[in-house]
Design a protein around this ligand. Sequence first.
Ligand SMILES: O=P(O)(O)O[C@H]1O[C@H](CO)[C@@H](O)[C@H]1O
Ligand SMILES: O=c1cc[nH]c(=O)[nH]1
Length: 237
Amino acid sequence: MTIHIGAETGQIAETVLLPGDPYRAKWAAETFLTEVQQVNNVRGMLGFTGFWNGHRVTIQGSGMGMPSLSIYVNELIKDYGAKTLIRIGSCGGMQENVGVRDIILAMTASTLSTPSRGIFKELNFAPSADYGLLHKAFHAAQAKGTPTHVGGIYSSDVFYDERPDLNEQMVRHGILGVEMEAAELYILAARHKCRALAVLTVSDHLLTGEALPSDQRESSFGDMVEIALEAAFANQD
Ligand SMILES: O=P(O)(O)O[C@H]1O[C@H](CO)[C@@H](O)[C@H]1O
Ligand SMILES: O=c1cc[nH]c(=O)[nH]1
């Protein structure tokens, strides 16, 4: 049991999927896992452990933004021994060829700042995904036929952005989408020698203004969860 996670030692699997939304954790656990046990409800940040194709996996909400994710990921790694951490999140599309419902596999995550800024000081560390997970996720997505993009994303500290000039530069430099957690996940994984990846579903588009209606989100998000699970456990069957 930690300050923010009520699970007993041993109740968290080595592989953890991390949606920002705790209700997405509940939906994904109930939809994709068997023998599901709720392992956290501290602050309503729901977490569940169960099995997928015989593999033990935890799905734990991370909250919105890097400071929140940092709390859960620090405790999952340091107190519960998590080794593979895959974010399953929504994001805003930023390129014309990226459509709503498409999947983005975040190879790198640019930022203005992260909770780790203080330790890096003048170093502009480049947060990047675990290549093995990225490679497996790409093949899993291709096998499904889900439109998938691999490349750089932007992890923002704000949802309501006031810097259109910055967005212009990111679009110009090929950034695929914007979300709010992946960069700090990648940094923490690097620091603690864990594997991390962000698998994202495009829920809205910054250039077109298109947004996925809430009733259509579940099925699109399903592909993302399956891709994450297949990547985590590829070659382990
Ligand atoms: O859908 P989730 O995983 O929460 O991710 C995205 O949605 C939230 C903003 O609405 C932020 O957490 C952002 O990263
Ligand atoms: O952070 C996010 C998530 C979804 N859509 C956005 O535009 N931003």
